[in-house]
Design a binder for this molecule. Structure first.
Ligand code: NI
Length: 161
């Protein structure tokens, strides 16, 4: 993979950031808008509070970062689209509600406090009868609809980070 764009302010790149700097994807896979010094001092992330700040469904929002991974919160309701992430596993942790993750060989049902990791390359489709609040852990830049695209593809949103 070629080196990513250089952050003019920080003089570090997406693929090889300076220590303490956090690449900020622009929403397009592999593209970087800016790169800022990480502010990780004594900042507690309150999942419930973050979830109270928005109401839209199927629009994951970054709330924290962990090495090259992002922790996101999301509200979902109804059926998503069948899709696959060829390059990564994807972790779902239900915070509130009941979430089903449909898989081609059987569904997984999660209650609050339960998590499931969808292995890379495994086609899946979340569905929820009522509203579900969940936390996702996945590498930076993962697109929610994976290979499927379409109307439910969410713009990259780290406004709550
Ligand atoms: Ni997925």
């Amino acid at each position: 993979m070629a080196p990513g764009p250089i952050c003019a302010a920080a003089q570090c790149s997406f693929d090889d950031p300076e220590p303490g700097h956090v690449p900020r994807p622009s929403g397009l896979v592999g593209a970087v808008a800016t790169c800022e010094a990480g502010d990780m001092v004594n900042e507690v992330v309150d999942i419930t509070e973050k979830l109270s700040l928005f109401s839209e469904h199927w629009s994951p929002k970054v709330v924290a970062r962990l090495n090259d991974y992002e922790i996101k919160v999301v509200k979902v309701k109804g059926e998503f689209v069948w899709h696959t992430h060829d390059d990564t596993d994807e972790l779902f942790l239900v915070v509130a509600g009941e979430l089903s993750i449909q898989l081609r060989d059987g569904d997984v049902r999660l209650s609050a406090g339960q998590l499931f990791v969808v292995p890379r390359g495994v086609e899946h489709c979340p569905v929820a009868d009522g509203e579900v609040h969940a936390l996702l852990i996945e590498p930076t830049g993962v697109v929610n609809t994976g290979d499927a695209g379409g109307a439910l593809t969410a713009a990259y949103d780290d406004s709550l980070a």
